[in-house]
Design a protein around this ligand. Structure first.
Ligand SMILES: [Zn+2]
Ligand SMILES: [Zn+2]
Length: 324
């Protein structure tokens, strides 16, 4: 009898001690290279860089190879994880078709170069999905490789690099060429759920400070999760529960049936402008201050939010499709 009571008390105690699942934003980079491909540091030192600078997760994505990370566990703190990954790397003459496979459960089969860029992309996306990974289309404007036409018929992919912080990535519109943001709106305007990632595609870690090097710490994602695991982070990425940033930090992103609202974290004297953007990239509303909000009219098709700071930093929040 006594024993039974002790068991009951232990069960109650265990339940009350279970940690509450707190939803929070975790910071990470989904694209980085090491000496295993064309990066210039060891996996351990690359991991240490991101951990030391306050990131919560990193995906090491060497070209067509999985970098082994289990041996790095002893260097990790409790609030940092390494997510397995690789960059599926295909070329079509001068064009580059690169797709990250985030958190594969099985080896990623070599994808076949197709007759068209779209086929090569789809083959790489399928190789990632078949391995249980989340695909991310990389640097679409590097060598002006990928167009909206190439991307619009794809299936099984939501993530693409809106900002790849490499000099040659051509993120911004100029010279009559569309930037990646125009590419994004072209896809969203067709009702396609693409989510914009910012990533370092880091290669250079040695602090020599040349403008054409690919350094860490320039572009990242903040992902909303209730636990810091590869599965939780990748699931949130794949459903667009994150924002991309080059410095603007948000306390909250709130979407209800009626509105899209942000809470921007204040930093010194920095001033902020938020644009709520809809079909064809049209600015639906422009608002100053730390708590911008947009009320849905119902006929927008989609609404996304972009924050620009007086420091030149940005945050891109993901599109919400409006169901009439
Ligand atoms: Zn690449
Ligand atoms: Zn890369």
């Amino acid at each position: 009898m006594k024993k039974t009571w002790i068991t009951v008390i232990l069960l109650i105690s265990a339940a009350s001690w279970a940690p509450a699942q707190t939803v929070r934003w975790v910071k990470g980079n989904t694209h980085a290279h090491t000496r295993n491909s064309d990066g210039n540091e060891t996996p351990r030192r690359v991991m240490r860089w991101y951990q030391d600078y306050g990131y919560n997760f990193l995906v090491i994505t060497d070209h067509d190879m999985m970098t082994e990370t289990a041996s790095l566990d002893s260097d990790k703190n409790d609030d940092f994880i390494l997510i397995p990954g690789l960059e599926i790397t295909r070329s079509m003459d001068k064009l580059r078709v690169h797709v990250n496979a985030l958190n594969p459960k099985r080896p990623v089969a070599a994808s076949v170069v197709g007759q068209t860029v779209a086929q090569t992309l789809q083959n790489s996306i399928d190789a990632a999905r078949t391995a249980g990974a989340i695909p991310q289309i990389n640097h679409p404007n590097w060598r002006w490789s990928l167009t909206a036409e190439d991307l619009k018929g794809l299936s099984g992919v939501h993530l693409f690099e809106l900002l790849n912080i490499n000099r040659d990535s051509n993120n911004f519109a100029a010279g009559g060429q569309p930037g990646t943001e125009e590419l994004w709106d072209a896809l969203l305007s067709q009702g396609l759920a693409f989510y914009g990632v910012a990533s370092d595609d880091a290669h250079d870690y040695l602090g020599d400070f040349f403008p054409d090097k690919a350094y860490p710490g320039k572009g990242w994602v903040l992902v909303r999760v209730s636990e810091l695991t590869p599965e939780a982070v990748c699931a949130a990425l794949d459903k667009g529960d994150f924002y991309a940033s080059t410095g603007v930090e948000l306390a909250d992103v709130s979407v209800t049936k009626n509105s899209y609202s942000l809470a921007i974290k204040s930093l010194g004297d920095t001033a902020y402008t938020t644009l709520f953007i809809g079909k064809e990239g049209k600015v639906l509303k422009k608002e100053f201050g730390l708590n911008p909000s947009y009320s849905f009219a119902g006929d927008e098709l989609y609404v996304r939010a972009k924050v620009i700071s007086s420091a030149g930093e940005m945050a891109f929040c993901q599109p919400v499709f409006i169901k009439k």
